[in-house]
Design a protein. Structure first.
Length: 471
């Protein structure tokens, strides 16, 4: 298997050793190489015809040198030895002349199970293999509701070969597929227009494309449309908020997850920088970032530093017990890296990033949670949001939900903001449902660079948040 990846990138093990030695020529503490070969494919069906599509490849190597607090980074878009040596020398020069710090932690390489095997390789398929699926999905969606006036369907896939080598002598390699199918339907009724989008994304092969996925998307995209047309903006104010299972996990990702990333904490920029080992949630609350969910969009056999993926408890029984570490922060804190060193591609330096972030199930029945609320709001679908890492303040736009009155879901609502503070919201959790759901949408996290992630949540009651609605 090793030789397969050496052949893909046209290098030998002795050349890898030469490259890291050259990268350390100005006295760096640590160096690593990140080779990447990616093929991308996408297809869009609009108004019954293919309106766009494309295929392209990306190929190259990134070379990093760590020297104290300084990072030198350079890349080459080919693997010619002379060009790679130039990049290694450039990275070494950038990191030159700083005071030495602890070397990056040497992680144990142990990946017994492939988290994303492909029965059918996307690279072996062409557009003609997927067009019938897109056309039939479009027909199924139109057939479910006569108010639909337009459907747009997108399919995208990529397969990435990765090989990593470092100055500790660790050599790792991986092949990572990721595919997404999304559909948007536009509905019209009595002069009003509503739209709804549904997406699924997994790390798996082309066997994903089939009747089960088609039926799931068609069914979901037409559910709840009656309520969308009826929905209004409610009166705003402070109230209890019930977060629906699944997509509400995006609030956990943004408002809490980023603040648990170790680079923010190491630099004192996070609101949680001084809270390690302290209670941040009620007892029984567990918050996880997981790289081991099979076929999940955020899964990783290895991260982008060659550290095996793992399940990391950030909060255990209400106590903040771990940040999310790459090798740099792990060395700084004197702990084992958690497999969170990730990058957009070989042109970027790895930094601590989330994978699949979720809260584990509690023991409350979701219907009992709703029944316990006298006056509040239930939210189940979010759009964009903003978070201030240093203060922990967040704002999220809610696309759909319901008012809760005397323990019952009543009027549907839409187009409202949820405003709060991360630490305060965590501390104000009143109940956690037994219905954890991972949302398998096309979540992409942007933090200087973009990576694929996922999120999830059980039904959760937060005692008080600000709901921005009508005055």
């Amino acid at each position: 298997m090793k030789n397969k990846y050496l052949d893909i990138f046209k290098v030998t093990e002795s050349q890898l050793q030469t490259l890291v030695s050259t990268a350390l020529s100005y006295g760096g503490d640590y160096s690593d190489l990140y080779f990447e070969h990616t093929t991308y494919f996408n297809l869009m069906l609009k108004d019954g015809v293919v309106s766009s599509g494309g295929f392209h490849t990306d190929y190259g190597v990134g070379i990093r040198v760590l020297k104290g607090e300084k990072t030198g980074y350079a890349y080459s878009e080919n693997t010619d030895m002379d060009d790679m040596l130039c990049a290694a020398k450039a990275a070494s020069a950038i990191a030159r002349g700083t005071v030495a710090a602890p070397v990056a932690y040497c992680g144990v390489q142990d990946r017994k199970q492939d988290l994303y095997p492909m029965q059918q390789n996307w690279r072996d398929k062409g557009a003609d293999a997927f067009l019938p699926f897109l056309q039939e999905l479009e027909q199924k969606i139109f057939a479910r509701d006569n108010r639909i006036v337009k459907v747009v369907i997108r399919l995208s896939d990529s397969v990435t070969d990765v090989m990593m080598y470092n100055s500790l002598g660790e050599l790792t390699y991986d092949t990572r597929p990721v595919a997404s199918v999304s559909a948007t339907a536009v509905f019209q009724q009595d002069g009003k227009t509503e739209n709804k989008s549904v997406a699924r994304s997994f790390r798996t092969g082309a066997e994903l494309i089939g009747p089960a996925l088609m039926d799931e998307i068609a069914k979901e995209i037409t559910s709840g449309i009656d309520q969308r047309f009826e929905a209004t903006r409610p009166k705003g104010g402070q109230m209890s908020v019930v977060m629906g299972a699944g997509a509400s996990g995006i609030l956990l990702h943004e408002a809490m997850g980023h603040a648990f990333e170790a680079d923010f904490n190491r630099k004192g920029q996070s609101i949680f920088s001084d809270k390690l080992g302290k209670r941040v949630c009620p007892e029984g609350v567990n918050v996880v970032d997981d790289g081991t969910l099979a076929m999940n969009r955020g899964a990783g056999n290895y991260d982008d530093e060659g550290v095996p993926g793992e399940k990391t408890y950030m909060v255990k029984d209400g106590i903040l017990c771990s940040y999310l570490h790459d090798r740099i922060s792990a060395a700084w804190y004197g702990v084992t890296p958690t497999g969170n060193g990730r990058r957009e591609n070989f042109r970027y330096n790895p930094i601590p990033r989330m994978r699949a972030t979720y809260m584990e199930s509690g023991n409350a029945n979701p219907s009992d949670i709703i029944a316990s609320v006298t006056n509040g709001i239930y939210v189940d679908e979010f759009s964009n949001g903003q978070v201030k890492i240093g203060e922990g303040d967040f704002t999220f736009f809610v696309k759909s939900g319901y008012m809760i009155e005397n323990g019952r879901l009543t009027a549907p609502v839409k187009d409202i903001n949820i405003i709060g503070n991360g630490p305060q919201a965590l501390a104000d959790i009143k109940a956690v449902g037994n219905d954890l759901k991972i949302d398998n949408g096309t979540w992409t996290c942007g933090k200087e660079q973009s990576v694929a992630v996922s999120c999830g949540m059980p039904t959760v009651l937060i005692g008080s948040l600000t709901v921005g609605g009508e005055q």
